[in-house]
Ligand binder design. Structure first.
Ligand SMILES: Cc1cc2nc3c(=O)[nH]c(=O)nc-3n(C[C@H](O)[C@H](O)[C@H](O)COP(=O)(O)OP(=O)(O)OC[C@H]3O[C@@H](n4cnc5c(N)ncnc54)[C@H](O)[C@@H]3O)c2cc1C
Length: 425
């Protein structure tokens, strides 16, 4: 049983079914991808703070590139599309290009290091001035001239998926073809156990579904699901929901032409083009802006606010001077499931048979197809008797041949000391 039909839950269900298991997915909403997946910016990039993060994202990129094959989808089925626009990480003290470059060399991810002159020539719509650290846009200091110039790390294989919810629907359709059943509009309210093992779940209509294996893929509700399962005491990594806004601005071709995905931690945003002449702008947790932690993901107001719209779009317009800041906000809010070191938890738990794929920290949409495979491999190994807590499983990507130590995603890991402390992971 998989709890949650987001992009990761559907990927996990698909791969469990491909391994020959009988799978049911339960979700309290009406269809696939309607939780935090629906708000995702769906950026595809490979710069994570750990080897395992880099290797996982590089493996997953190959799944997006061959999406129809990955799904086994018939010709004509409408699919989400990966747009290979390139990804540009602007210079910033909290993310060292030398470290990323070393990890990219090891994974054989192509990249170039650009100085300011190259940046100006290659992405002429960007102003290359350095502004670090980010400041509130209402602060006069925000408007002070830059102090120097920026370069960046360019990765031609980055980009974005144009419809994250459709990607989850695609995975759900593939899962159905593999025999998975979906139960929508039903919430899991209890996780049942017998003799120290999971036995199934109780739904909000009082019915019980029995299952020898339950995987919690509840997105920003995952910690709540763990609480009803009585699991979490041995986690070294705390996980909490965080509200996030993403904004959309109509722009001219001068802005959007060949615009890659840009991570601009120097000013505190990231942005990318959208289908049609629009730009999508998200936040990168600048220290000057308060973080919007939530006790309960359901308490999040999902409407964009004028203040954050002004802050994020003005920051993007500082970097892309041809971008205009409209008076009326357009955008949405979503909820991240943030692990304290911004690294996900893909693991078994202290309750035998009960697994988690959670703490995705605003940065795991891109990895979903590969996470499905690693979770299925983990379930297979642990149910087969492997002591994953003491001998972490190594997972080898089918496309890249890269080996990923699943201990890096353990619930009991030492916190990732290399984290950027932001959505970059
Ligand atoms: C604003 C925003 C921007 C993002 N941008 C990016 C990006 O650019 N790139 C990237 O890689 N990642 C990004 N992410 C992160 C990415 O979207 C998530 O990591 C991913 O979508 C999580 O998928 P999921 O399946 O784990 O969770 P979800 O999509 O949240 O699915 C969880 C599901 O569980 C269900 N559920 C919860 N509790 C219960 C229960 N008790 N009973 C039944 N069902 C339950 C919910 O209804 C929900 O449908 C972003 C996220 C947000 C919010």
């Amino acid at each position: 049983m998989v709890i949650g039909a987001g992009v990761i839950g559907c990927a996990v269900a698909l791969e469990l079914a491909r391994d020959g298991r009988e799978v049911v997915v339960v979700d309290r909403v009406a269809g696939p991808g309607q939780g935090s997946t629906s708000a995702s910016s769906a950026v595809i990039r490979f710069n994570y703070s750990t080897w395992d993060g880099v290797a996982l994202s590089w493996e997953a990129k190959h799944c997006w590139e061959s999406w129809r094959d990955h799904l086994g989808a018939p010709a004509g089925e409408p699919l989400a599309r990966f747009h290979r626009t390139g990804f540009l990480m602007l210079d910033v003290p909290v993310a060292d290009h030398a470290r990323t470059a070393a990890l990219f060399d090891r994974a054989r991810v192509p990249y170039e290091i650009w100085d300011a002159a190259t940046l100006r020539a290659r992405v002429p719509q960007l102003d290359v001035a350095r502004h670090w650290p980010p400041k509130p846009v209402r602060d006069d200091a925000f408007w002070v001239e830059g102090n120097g110039e920026l370069g960046g790390l360019w990765c031609p294989d980055g980009g974005y998926v144009d419809d994250p919810q459709l990607a989850a629907v695609n995975l759900a359709d593939a899962a159905r073809r593999a025999g998975v059943d979906f139960v929508f509009r039903r919430a899991v309210v209890a996780v049942e156990r017998a003799s120290g093992r999971v036995r199934g779940v109780t739904l909000d209509d009082g019915s019980e579904l029995s299952a020898p294996v339950v995987v919690n893929v509840g997105g920003p509700w995952s910690t709540k699901v763990n609480a009803v399962a009585g699991v979490g005491d041995d986690f070294t990594v705390a996980v909490k929901p965080m509200r996030q806004e993403v904004h959309a601005v109509v722009a001219t071709g001068e802005v959007t032409e060949n615009l890659p995905v840009v991570a601009d931690l120097d000013l505190g945003t990231y942005f990318r083009r959208m289908p049609g002449d629009s730009v999508l702008i998200g936040g990168a947790e600048p220290e000057c802006d308060p973080l919007q932690w939530l006790d309960d993901a359901d308490s999040a107001d999902l409407n964009a606010t004028a203040e954050l719209f002004e802050a994020q779009v003005t920051r993007a317009a500082r970097r892309v001077p041809a971008l205009t800041v409209p008076a009326a906000p357009r955008g949405l809010a979503g909820v991240y499931d943030v692990a304290e070191d911004w690294t996900p938890i893909y693991d078994r738990t202290s309750l035998d048979g009960y697994y988690v794929a959670m703490g995705t920290s605003g940065n795991q949409f891109k990895n979903a197809p590969a996470v499905g495979r690693l979770m299925a491999a983990l379930v297979e190994a642990v149910e087969g008797g492997r002591d994953h807590d003491h001998e972490p499983l190594a997972f080898t990507g089918a496309h890249t041949g890269l080996t990923i130590d699943l201990g890096a995603f353990s619930r009991r890991r030492p916190l990732n000391a290399e984290t950027s402390g932001t959505v970059l992971g």
